[in-house]
Design a protein around this ligand. Structure first.
Ligand SMILES: *Cc1c(COP(=O)(O)O)cnc(C)c1O
Length: 373
């Protein structure tokens, strides 16, 4: 068989492996931040009905501009944030990853730099690579907060064309105050006209308000969001951005024609019509997140603040071994490569109980009886 490296593949791709969590079967999977609740039956029925309605029209291409869906998303964001957003300020694609890719295609590229605050969502650096954009990491402090002094210096020195801010941050958990985002935005603009992208994939899980209102009067600010996490519809593949209408015009230059299928657009509309039911799960997950944080701390772990649907905890002398030990107890979580830490998604109460039992057992195996923390 021909190996990738035997092919005339781009040099950046040599020796690389595809992104993704190890695809393992485990009794309890808390590794990819999915919403653990299946879609409720009335929504499933409404979706089946809607597919039946649109299926006859699948001989035609979908609405290239996804106008109805963008209006639906604008309505949802307006209700969720209390800030009026119009369809012209919204763009949708197959997951927020595709939205991010389009932003890199429009604003990044060869001879351009994108800066992100690590550790964070590793897809940002990979999309940079795939679009030929140079990736500039700026390390967070020991509590995984953005060090604003260091950030100002590196922005002035590197003069990036794109800045990525994940809030709440994945995998570390905490959201960033609006004032800090505004400071970073201003510092980036002082260096050069620069697009600042706030990745708000976990926005609905946070106590902090969405940063969507900040796009008003800031044509270089973009907020990306998704239906994969809070909406519990990761399989649907719908993400979107909110920004100045000019940004929407710019990403339309690089999008593939008819990128969002008729079925995707129709089913996303049905999900939006049921947003109250779907977002009801967010409250349960937030409640469970708080419980997990308290119980992990009782067991003796360090747990990082989380505004998201997962918790990062440690410390582990050997993350790989701890990850395996939890898996041996039937619970699959994620090693994101953050030193001494692992990340667990919040599951159903029963899944969380199993995870906490396993975490307790692993802690005790690692610390033989008689030793204190
Ligand atoms: C999950 C996630 C996304 C993207 O998810 P999509 O399913 O492509 O919408 C984007 N950013 C962060 C930080 C994520 O965790």
């Amino acid at each position: 068989m021909t190996r990738i490296d035997d092919l005339p593949v781009r040099s950046e791709l040599r020796g690389q492996t595809p992104y993704g969590a190890p695809a393992l079967e485990a009794p309890i999977s808390l590794n990819v931040n999915e919403n653990p609740y299946p879609l409720p039956e009335p929504l499933v029925r409404a979706m089946a009905e809607r597919v039946r309605e649109v299926a006859g029209g699948l001989n035609r291409y979908p609405d290239r501009d996804a106008r109805e869906l963008r209006a639906g998303l604008a309505g949802y964001v307006t209700r969720a944030t209390g800030h009026p957003v119009g369809a012209r300020q919204v763009w949708a694609a197959n997951g927020s990853n595709e939205v991010l890719q389009q932003l890199f295609q429009a604003f990044g590229g060869p001879d351009r730099r994108a800066l992100g605050f690590e550790p964070s969502y590793t897809m940002h650096a990979l999309i940079a690579r795939n679009s030929g954009t140079t990736w500039v990491p700026c390390m967070r402090d020991e509590r995984f907060d953005i060090d604003l002094r260091a950030a100002r210096d590196i922005l002035a020195e590197q003069r990036p064309h794109l800045v990525l801010i994940t809030s709440p941050n994945n995998p570390t958990g905490a959201a960033i105050p609006a004032e800090a985002v505004l400071e970073l935005y201003d510092a980036a603009q002082r260096a050069r006209p620069c697009m600042v992208v706030v990745d708000e994939a976990y926005g609905e899980f946070s106590d902090r308000p969405s940063l969507v209102p900040l796009v008003e009067g800031r044509p270089h600010l973009v907020v990306t969001r998704t239906m994969s996490k809070a909406f519990g519809a990761a399989g649907l593949r719908v993400g979107y951005l909110v920004a100045d209408p000019g940004v929407v015009d710019a990403v339309q230059l690089v999008r593939l024609p008819y990128h969002l299928s008729t079925v995707t657009q129709a089913l996303a509309m049905v999900a939006l019509e049921h947003s109250d039911t779907l977002l009801g799960y967010v409250e349960r997950l937030r409640y469970e997140r708080r419980r997990i944080v308290v119980e992990l701390r009782e067991i003796g772990y360090d747990v990082d603040e989380s505004d998201a649907s997962f918790v990062q905890f440690g410390p582990f002398d050997d993350t790989r071994r701890a990850w395996q030990a939890l898996l041996d107890h039937g619970v699959l979580i994620r090693d994101n490569g953050v030193p001494r830490r692992l990340r667990a998604s919040v599951g159903t109460p029963a899944e969380n109980d199993a995870f906490l039992r396993a975490a307790r057992a692993v802690r005790h195996e690692a610390r033989p009886a008689g030793t204190s923390r």
